[in-house]
Structure formats: structure tokens, C-alpha cells
Design a protein around this ligand. Structure first.
Ligand code: PEP
Ligand code: MN
Length: 264
């Protein structure tokens, strides 16, 4: 179902007024890794909106590597995200980790994010496939292209065709970056599938200074959009501060991207 052989026309994912897919300008989703407070979310929404992002991100349920790290604000965080998105006029995306969280996440969010660690949580995939919210499916850190598309197939097979794929870096022997951004998957997916594919250079690199250049590289490779972590005060972030752009850094990047788009 996700293959171009079966479905030659590109899928356009629609989130309110925002459209993502082939033939459309790339869509930028931006915001902090985690929702930390109402004030932090409102400030994030204002800076990303002012810089031209079309979708606001923020995690309320966080899949942290260790149990002692900040686990997210849960439903309280979803409310802050919704309020911030509404105030800025931006649709919002947030991760759902478990089936039991789905009703709350659907109530407050416009896009359901499936994180890398849950890419093969088949029960969760089937359940989001039964909903009508668009889904942002992140590539598992050790998933092959075939496994990535098979995970998307689980969602589409349940009736939800509104799936956006997201390359967020894979595990390799290289330790200089948090993950290895596998950009060649972008043109491959464009050829094999009708689903839109976006790139997350923040989790792929883990390094703020690399985010702008890899964002540009992603658009050159044909990505239909980007997901970028932005924090009003990255040094105070409870999660992923080292890879988060400041509001100013993000505004600079957005200016550079619009310059680049003239050549693409
Ligand atoms: C995230 O986007 O906040 C996240 C946890 O990403 P990933 O699932 O790609 O690690
Ligand atoms: Mn993060």
C-alpha cells in the first residue's frame, strides 16, 4: 500500500491549512524537545512562528534512555502545547508512546508522532492506523529502509493513509555524531513510496552547529520537510539542549532555507 507501484500519485498529508508532500514547498516543524512549562511553550511557539515554521513540536511523553531523566509533563504538557499552538496559529505534533495515551494525544494534537524507539511497536502502529489524525513515523535507529516502509504499511493497512516518514539518523560505528544521518534514504523513498519523507537533523547529529548545514543538505536531497529542535534557552533545556537551535539561530536558518529554495 505504501509502494508507488500500487499507488503512483504522491500522497499529500493535510494538517489544517498545511500540506506536505511532492510538488509542495518543504514544511518545517519546530519546537523544543520537551514541553517544560506553559511559558517555555508559548515562547517557543512565538519564535518558531515568527521565523516561518508551519508546525509546532513538543514532547509530553518522552522516551528517555534512562529512567532518572525528565520523562515529560504528560497530559498537562499536551494542554500547554495546544494552547501555544492555538495562540501562534500553528498545528501541533507530539509523540504518543503507548496505546493508552492515544485518546489524550488525539484530543490535544494535530499529528501523532511515533518515535524511533516505537517504530516496530506493531500494536501501537495498528492503533494509530485506526485513527484519522495524520501520523509522523520516525525511522527506528536500526531499521532498514524495508523495515521502515513495512512499519508505515501497518498504519496504512488499517485505513490511515496520512503518514509522513521521518529520517532521524541511524546507529553506526561513528561516535562523532549522535546518529548518522542517512540522507540517501530520501531519494530512495521518494522513488519507492508515494508517502512524504522529512528529515530531523537535530536527533540525527546531536550537535547544534551541524543542524543548519544538514537541514540544507536534506532539502537538496529532496526532503518534503524538516523537523528541527528549537528552544528559547537551550542551555536550560531539560532534554536535548546541545542539539537545539536558539530562536535566533532558527530564524537565521529559515532565511538561509528560503534562499536555497530558489535554486531547487
Ligand atoms: C523526538 O523527536 O523528540 C524524539 C524522541 O525523536 P526520536 O524518536 O527520533 O529519537
Ligand atoms: Mn529530542
Amino acid at each position: 500500500l505504501v509502494s508507488r507501484d500500487f499507488h503512483p500519485e504522491p500522497t499529500i498529508v493535510e494538517v489544517g491549512p498545511v500540506k506536505i508532500g511532492n510538488g509542495l514547498p518543504p514544511v518545517v516543524m519546530a519546537g523544543p524537545c520537551s514541553i517544560e512549562s506553559e511559558a517555555q511553550m508559548l515562547a517557543s511557539a512565538r519564535v518558531v512562528k515568527a521565523a516561518g515554521a508551519q508546525i509546532l513540536r513538543g514532547g509530553a511523553f518522552k522516551p528517555r534512555t534512562g529512567p532518572h531523566s525528565f520523562q515529560g509533563l504528560g497530559v498537562e504538557g499536551l494542554k500547554y502545547l495546544r494552547r501555544a499552538g492555538d495562540e501562534a496559529g500553528l498545528p501541533v505534533v507530539t509523540e504518543v508512546m503507548r496505546i493508552e495515551q492515544l485518546d489524550d494525544v488525539c484530543r490535544y494534537a494535530d499529528i501523532l508522532q511515533i518515535g524511533a524507539r516505537n517504530m516496530q511497536n506493531f500494536d501501537l502502529l495498528k492503533e494509530v492506523g485506526k485513527r484519522r489524525h495524520p501520523v509522523l513515523l520516525k525511522r527506528g535507529m536500526s531499521a532498514t529502509l524495508e523495515e521502515f516502509l513495512a512499519a508505515a504499511e501497518y498504519i496504512v493497512a488499517e485505513g490511515n493513509g496520512q503518514v509522513i516518514l521521518c529520517e532521524r539518523g541511524i546507529r553506526t560505528f561513528e561516535k562523532a555524531t549522535r546518529n548518522t544521518l542517512d540522507l540517501s534514504i530520501v531519494p530512495l523513498i521518494r522513488k519507492m513510496s508515494h508517502l512524504p519523507i522529512i528529515v530531523d537533523p537535530s536527533h540525527a547529529t546531536g550537535i547544534r552547529a551541524l543542524v543548519p548545514v544538514m537541514s540544507k543538505a536534506a532539502l537538496v536531497a529532496g526532503a518534503h520537510g524538516l523537523m528541527v529542535e528549537v528552544h528559547p534557552e537551550p542551555e536550560k533545556a531539560l532534554c536535548d539542549g546541545a542539539q537545539s537551535l536558539t530562536g535566533e539561530g532558527f530564524a537565521t536558518l529559515m532565511g538561509e532555507l528560503s534562499g536555497l529554495l530558489k535554486y531547487l
